[in-house]
Design a protein around this ligand. Sequence first.
Ligand code: AHR
Length: 525
Amino acid sequence: MRTRAFILVALVLLSNEGMPRAAAEEAAGAVPTRNTLVIQAEGGKSIISRNLYGQFSEHLGRCVYEGIWVGEDSPIPNTRGIRNDVVAALRKIQVPALRWPGGCFADEYHWKDGIGPREQRPAMINTHWGGVVENNHFGTHEFMDFCEQIGAAPCLCGNVGSGTVQEMMEWVEYITSDADSPMANLRRKNGREQPWKLPFLAVGNENWGCGGNMTPEFYADNFRRYNTFVKDYGNNRIYRVACGANVSDYDWTESLMKNVGRRMNGLSLHYYTLPTGDWSHKGSATRFTEAEWHETLRRALDMDELVTRHAAIMDKYDPDRRVGLIVDEWGAWYDVEPGSNPGFLYQQSTMRDALVAGVTLNIFNRHCDRVKMANIAQMINVLQAMILTDKEKMIVTPTYHVFEMYTVHHDATLLPSELKSADYAVGGRKIPDVSASASRDKSGKIHVTLCNLNPNQSAEVDCELQGAKANRLAGRVLTAPEMNAHNTFDQPESVKPADFSAFKTTPAGFTATLPSKSVVVLTVE
Ligand code: AHR
């Protein structure tokens, strides 16, 4: 403590010589930035779907094989081949929905190769991800079992790029039909008597790119054709997701809304945060400057504009907001960890990623009248993962902790709020210091999630609660001394949530002082 105080004084004296005292203290991070938040605690009409907290798992690198599936004979403790440590960790963050089998892999996946006795399943080459041989040991039954074990709703992504209409039609019959029909009987033969529920089906993935390089008009026609044969068997009702835009391709959204309209239930959007914006040099996950920290968060915040503008186009065709915007791939994408297979997209996850997750989830919450599902990429060992494994070892990432802290928003009512944030500027570019969203849960408690994006200064948030009184407050915080703090297999708990008490009630609501680079959840009763 004494050393820190000395450094602080020295900093103020040395580097800010000649500056007014308050400005010098602020520059040294001693003075919190000032921010105000007004929450309409009695308002709120829109529900934050728990599915905004969905995940994505692709046959890519070590996400499925090793991350989820180790096989029944593995020394790693498992239930029917699915690792127990991973299931236990995922149950704690209440994964609502899980997208599978891709991604780009989905449009080269043929589901019939992944059923029946495992040793008889044909192998294939995973052309997108490292050219490795895929043995199809993790198929439909294994995925459905995994979803049941973690309590998530399955979201299948069907093959439009290289698959047939019949194939997609039969997959749905195989999974959901209770009839005495060829596909239902094949499922029974493979050991599953009762049909499963299939709540979500995506009709293709990135069909503007790896899923077939289609034009929006050609894809729209394909969606209409494939979707015609996707049947609702018994009382299963499928929410049909059409392939949506790549980032800011607003023409794609316009064309899909015009040509498909309400034949689809949801329209997807894919957006990844690259610190540099350059796919050939994305930047390191763990070694970065403050300028890269700032730029990464600036780009993550672009999600707000993307959602706003795609939603505005959707509003023209669908003013009642019956078609959901489904952000079924998002997250930070860095250069792979040195020494790892470039096709496996394995990256570490730091405090920076916790902030990327925190601000993005706040954006989704605030747009919950249009955004109905989102799936972070990806669940385990790939991109902005929740979990990293090294054979029998498993750790959770800072991003995992944010998802756990934000579970309070699942299916809660969004409370309208207005934030006036100070600026956090680097190199002449400004982003807000603070990000926030608020909701009221079914028991009446108010939950506020707040992020301080500034890695140097704490942020004071003065919150006015309109229509409610803060009698009792409780909080938790995720923060760390370094921007690139992360968990490793040797130090698995470097970054983890702690109790938070830097708040006090005020006549109007409360004030809270968020540490620099932190994610905070406050519960108000
Ligand atoms: O998540 C990795 C890849 O990114 C997915 O397979 C693809 O859909 C996207 O381009």
